[in-house]
Design a protein around this ligand. Structure first.
Ligand SMILES: [Zn+2]
Ligand SMILES: [Zn+2]
Length: 244
C-alpha cells in the first residue's frame, strides 16, 4: 500500500515537538509525500499553543516544497459529550480536525463504558474528521463499538505509527486488534506518523504493516489518495452545512 499523505504532524508550537512547518514540509517533500497536515495539539495541552496560534494558521501557504499543506489541530476531548478544547469559531476555519484523549488536558480516564461513550460522542461531533490513536491503553475503549460508530458516522479512525514505538506504551496489541476490527467493519482508516519532529514525517512502516496484516483494503485508507482525502473532507463539510 502506498500512502500519499501524512495527516498528523506536530511543530514546535505543540510545546514538546521539535520542528518548524518549513522543516516538516521539506522532509515530506524528500519522502515524496503529496500532502501533509499540520496538527498541533489543542489549547489544553500543557505547553501547547494558545488559541491565537490557530487564528493565523490559515495564512500559511497552501503548498510548500510542492507538498500540499492542510492546516489543522489535534484537539483534546474534554468530556463525555465529545466536546473539544477548541472553540467552534476556530474549528470551523480549519481544514482538518483530529480529536483524541490525552493526559493532563481535562478528561479523566474512566471505565471502558465511560471512555467509549466519550469517544463515540467525539466521533459524532460534526467538527471532528479523524479520531487519533483510539488504541491508547491509558483510555481503554470498546473498539468494536467505536469502529461501528465511526462506520455509521462515516468518520475515520487512525492507526498511529508512533503508538507502535515511541508513544503510549502498551498500544501495539490494541492497535492490531483495532486493525482487525476495522478490516471487518470496513470503517475508514487514516494511517499517520504523529511526527513530533521532521525526521518522523511519513514514517508509516509499523502502522502500515498492521493494516496490511489485518487485511484492510487500500480503498478504505484515506491516505492512499489525496483525492480521497479531499472528497472525504468536502463531504463532511457539506454535512456540517446541513446541520448549521
Ligand atoms: Zn495525540
Ligand atoms: Zn499527535
Amino acid at each position: 500500500m502506498l500512502l500519499e499523505a501524512d495527516l498528523h504532524t506536530h511543530t514546535i508550537a505543540s510545546g514538546h515537538a521539535y520542528s518548524t512547518v518549513k522543516e516538516i514540509a521539506e522532509f515530506a517533500s524528500l519522502k515524496e509525500l503529496k500532502m501533509i497536515a499540520i496538527t498541533d495539539h489543542g489549547i489544553k495541552m500543557p505547553g501547547g499553543p494558545h488559541e491565537y496560534y490557530f487564528s493565523q494558521i490559515m495564512g500559511l501557504p497552501s503548498s510548500i516544497y510542492g507538498v500540499e499543506i492542510l492546516k489543522g489541530v489535534e484537539a483534546n476531548i474534554i468530556d463525555q459529550h465529545g466536546n473539544l478544547d477548541m472553540p467552534q469559531r476556530v474549528l470551523e476555519n480549519l481544514d482538518l480536525v483530529l480529536a483524541s484523549f490525552h493526559t493532563d488536558t481535562g478528561y479523566q480516564a474512566g471505565s471502558v463504558e465511560q471512555n467509549t461513550r466519550a469517544l463515540i460522542a467525539a466521533i459524532q461531533n460534526p467538527f471532528v474528521h479523524i479520531i487519533t490513536h483510539p488504541g491508547n491503553p491509558e483510555f481503554p475503549v470498546d473498539l468494536e463499538k467505536v469502529a461501528q460508530a465511526a462506520k455509521l458516522a462515516g468518520k475515520a479512525l487512525e492507526i498511529n505509527n508512533s503508538s507502535f514505538s515511541l508513544s503510549r506504551p502498551g498500544s501495539t496489541p490494541r492497535c492490531n486488534h483495532m486493525a482487525r476490527i476495522v478490516a471487518k467493519t470496513e470503517t475508514i482508516v487514516s494511517i499517520n506518523s504523529d511526527a513530533h519532529s521532521c525526521f518522523a514525517v511519513g514514517s508509516f512502516d509499523k502502522a502500515l504493516e498492521a493494516a496490511e496484516m489485518a487485511g484492510i483494503k487500500p480503498g478504505r485508507v484515506l491516505n492512499t489518495s489525496v483525492n480521497l482525502i479531499k472528497e472525504y473532507l468536502t463531504s463532511l463539510k457539506q454535512g456540517l452545512k446541513k446541520i448549521s
